[in-house]
Design a protein around this ligand. Structure first.
Ligand SMILES: [Zn+2]
Length: 325
């Protein structure tokens, strides 16, 4: 008997034991008749591993059961035990409800509930309008963002919350105001308000906030009007592509999330130096040459590209307390 046939026999006996009780297991191995090996269980979802992860995560409407954990990196990860930000609060309203992206790590929801009244007070606005957070289980999104995957990112609009409760349709149709002038070098005096400074500053001042991303012309204007005493908050405000009509607030990895990968700290200084800003106003950034479409389209992230725990999150039962809107 070869080693392999012994192994197969042992496996057969183990299966037979499991199905038939102890009688078969007690039969000496050498005397055992050939036992049919039951078919192994169907291989688990190999195809799933190859599907774009954005398809898998955007298809799940409710968060997973399990304690809250941000898993992986902001643009490559997922969210366990996500919670929903209520679509209306005393000082906020959530926009684009059809996207089902008002989910986050509980720290993000707590942050928004605390920040909304602070921002209202600092700006004189009635409240804030909240754009995308994360999908119920985080993960890559089918459109709109590379990050927002681990429940710690949120977009908040440059636009005061109106006095009335917006209808579902208004929440789909209204656009945030674009604060950047057509030359891309300055803020637009027609839309820029001094209260925008207070809005951004209040966000960046919060201790759990790791970065606030804005368009470079907005950062430049902040540097101009706040030319003294930055007290650390200014360094957190980072120029980034897009972000003409909203701030993107990113929270630090929470203490309960050992698999959350920290972003490198922001560089020292307030980021207001001419040299630091020059890149964003270079011709290459302001007027990028149209590049030919790639011969091979970029490969979307699959489950295999994400931390292994994300498969567990995807397969976990839904939190029965969460309600599908
Ligand atoms: Zn964003």
């Amino acid at each position: 008997m070869t080693a392999r046939s012994i192994a197969v026999l042992a496996l057969s006996l183990a299966f037979a034991g499991a199905f038939a009780g102890s009688t078969v297991a007690q039969t000496p191995a050498a005397a055992a008749p050939a036992v049919a090996v039951p078919n192994p269980p169907a291989k688990p979802a190999i195809a799933e591993e190859k599907l774009p992860a954005k398809q898998l995560f955007s298809g799940v409407k409710l968060p997973s059961l399990g304690h809250a954990m941000a898993i992986g990196y902001y643009p490559r990860g997922c969210l366990q035990g996500g919670v929903e930000l209520p679509v209306d609060g005393p000082n906020w309203q959530v926009m684009r409800l059809s996207r089902n992206r008002n989910w986050g790590h509980p720290e993000l929801v707590k942050f928004l509930e605390r920040f909304a009244p602070l921002a209202a007070k600092a700006t004189g606005w009635k409240g804030i309008l909240i754009g995308d957070m994360a999908q119920p289980r985080g993960g890559p999104l089918p459109f709109g963002h590379l990050s927002h995957q681990i429940g710690l990112d949120v977009d908040i609009w440059f636009m005061p919350m109106p006095n009335h409760e917006l209808s579902k349709k208004e929440r789909e149709d209204i656009s945030a105001s674009n604060l950047v002038a057509a030359d891309r070098l300055h803020v637009n005096p027609q839309t820029w308000m001094p209260s925008d400074v207070a809005f951004i500053k209040t966000a960046a001042e919060q201790p759990e906030v790791e970065r606030v991303l804005v368009n470079a012309a907005i950062k430049k204007e902040l540097c101009r009007v706040e030319d003294k005493q930055h007290d650390g908050w200014m360094s957190k405000v980072r120029p980034w592509y897009g972000h003409d009509d909203h701030i993107h607030v990113r929270l630090k990895c929470p203490a309960d999330s050992p698999n959350c990968r920290k972003q490198p700290p922001v560089p020292a200084g307030d980021g207001c130096g001419d040299k630091e800003l020059a890149f964003w106003f270079s011709d290459a950034v302001l007027h990028p040459k149209p590049s030919p479409p790639p011969k091979v389209p970029p490969k979307p992230l699959t489950l295999a590209d994400l931390p292994p725990a994300c498969k567990t999150v995807l397969d976990a039962p839904a939190n029965p307390k969460a309600v599908e809107r």
